[in-house]
Design a protein around this ligand. Structure first.
Ligand SMILES: Cc1ncc(COP(=O)(O)O)c(C=O)c1O
Length: 419
């Protein structure tokens, strides 16, 4: 085999075919004709999907928000990638990894709806968004706008750049139950001044699961010449949208959340005109203008995780993004509808279907969130996470495609018992 064929051969081995998806393929074929909303309620189908996961029988896992357990097929592919990279060693790292990474970016760009020229693979949302906040061309007196419900790591980075460059942070508080998109757009609009340069907004607030009208916020901000950075940590692989349609300036996400790629994979989208203006975390050699690879110097990292992006996308597409979204929303509404309005129980997530999907937050009025989480685990074997800041006091409840409604019944009964 000549050298070129040899390299090609390794790249193709790395990009394994959807070999492990055989069973899933036939399950999905059987339900292809069923409307997604109807399928969302068909427990037989979802019971089969559950078989694709190795789950601990010890407790009911209602905390898929931090990290999504990956299905067996992606896990098996990942193991193969690890073995392949270990077999090829430095040869893979020197001669093949870059080419494969580019292929992953193209596949990812197609999934999220943007050009691959605007996308890089990072390790997570923190890396993606903190690079933008830290590397933004700030001048003393510039202002940034974000919400107290935003994720801690990004708020800390805004604090750091405030200390370092003398910028001013304006912090809004997003209501848990907005009456309209305009109410939220107005909230951000009111925090803007002539000095505002960057607005950060969550596509989905992680502590409540509320989906924000990002497209409208971008439109409002752009009219005033302000750039918008979107925190989409929880959105890719959770509900369907495309980045170009949002018209944001930056979009960051963690692929180890809802796309169920192995740990340590994320993405950053940067609009063409900003690629040259952001300072990268790690300096890169000179590139052509607008070459996004200038932001992607990482040093050596576990490249086999990047390779698993393709397998996770294959899995997600075979299941069907619309089917997954409908099921996650159905599960959330299945349990929230049973406790909304119940005396002493507070649901901190909007009721309107398009304002939430799989994640929701619930509290008991007389109980601290931490006590609620502890009691759920100790007395009912239900694992969740307590949230106690901003206007959110409760536990974040995050089912997944493997969650059964019978598990949610246990949870609803536990809530009613305790309340
Ligand atoms: C809204 C939001 N942004 C950012 C992050 C950070 O994600 P990661 O830890 O993968 O960088 C999270 C993590 O849960 C999050 O919920």
């Amino acid at each position: 085999m000549n050298k070129r064929d040899f390299i090609k051969n390794i790249s193709l081995t790395a990009l394994a075919s959807p070999f492990y998806l055989g069973a899933m393929n036939s399950w999905v074929k059987e339900v292809e004709h069923v409307p997604v909303k109807m399928l969302a309620e068909q427990s037989d189908f979802w019971l089969k999907i559950r078989q694709d996961y190795k789950l601990k029988p010890d407790y009911i896992n209602l905390e898929s928000g931090y990290y999504n357990i990956i299905p067996n097929s992606t896990l098996n592919h990942m193991m193969e990638h690890v073995k392949m990279v270990n077999l090829e060693g430095s040869f893979y790292m020197r001669k093949v990894q870059e080419e494969n990474k580019k292929k992953m970016v193209v596949k990812l760009a197609d999934l999220v709806g943007c050009s691959s020229n605007n996308l890089i693979i990072t390790r997570n949302t923190t890396e993606s968004l903190d690079m933008v906040i830290k590397g933004f061309p700030w001048k003393e007196g510039d202002e940034a706008v974000f919400a107290e419900q935003d994720y801690g790591a990004m708020k800390l980075m805004f604090d750091q750049v405030a200390k370092r460059y003398g910028i001013v942070n304006k912090v809004v508080s997003v209501m848990n139950h907005p009456s309209s998109d305009e109410e939220i757009v107005d909230l951000y609009a009111k925090a803007i001044t002539s000095r505002t340069k960057l607005l950060m907004v969550c596509h989905m607030i992680n502590i409540t699961g509320q989906i924000l009208p990002v497209k409208k916020i971008c439109k409002m901000a752009h009219k005033r010449g302000i750039q918008v950075m979107v925190d989409g940590a929880h959105c890719i692989g959770h509900f369907e949208f495309n980045i170009d349609d949002l018209d944001c300036d930056y979009y960051g996400s963690s692929l180890h959340k809802w796309l169920a790629v192995p740990l340590g994979t994320g993405l950053l989208y940067v609009k063409e005109e900003h690629i040259d203006t952001i300072w990268p975390i790690f300096a890169e050699s000179k590139r052509e203008k607008n070459d996004i690879s200038r932001l992607n110097h990482t040093g050596t990292h576990p490249v086999y995780h990047d390779l698993s992006i393709e397998n996770a996308i294959d899995y997600y597409k075979m299941l069907g993004g619309d089917r997954k979204e409908a099921r996650l929303r159905y599960l959330q509404e299945y349990w929230t509808s049973q406790v909304r309005g119940h005396s002493n129980i507070v649901v901190n997530t909007p009721e309107n279907s398009h304002r939430a999907c799989g994640i929701a937050n619930v509290g008991i009025k007389s109980m601290k969130p931490e006590e609620l989480a502890d009691r759920l685990m100790e007395e009912y074997n239900i694992f969740t996470v307590a949230i106690d800041y901003a206007n959110v006091k409760g536990c974040r409840i995050t089912p997944n495609v493997f969650t059964l409604t019978s598990e949610l019944d246990v949870f609803v009964n536990a809530l009613k018992d305790m309340s």
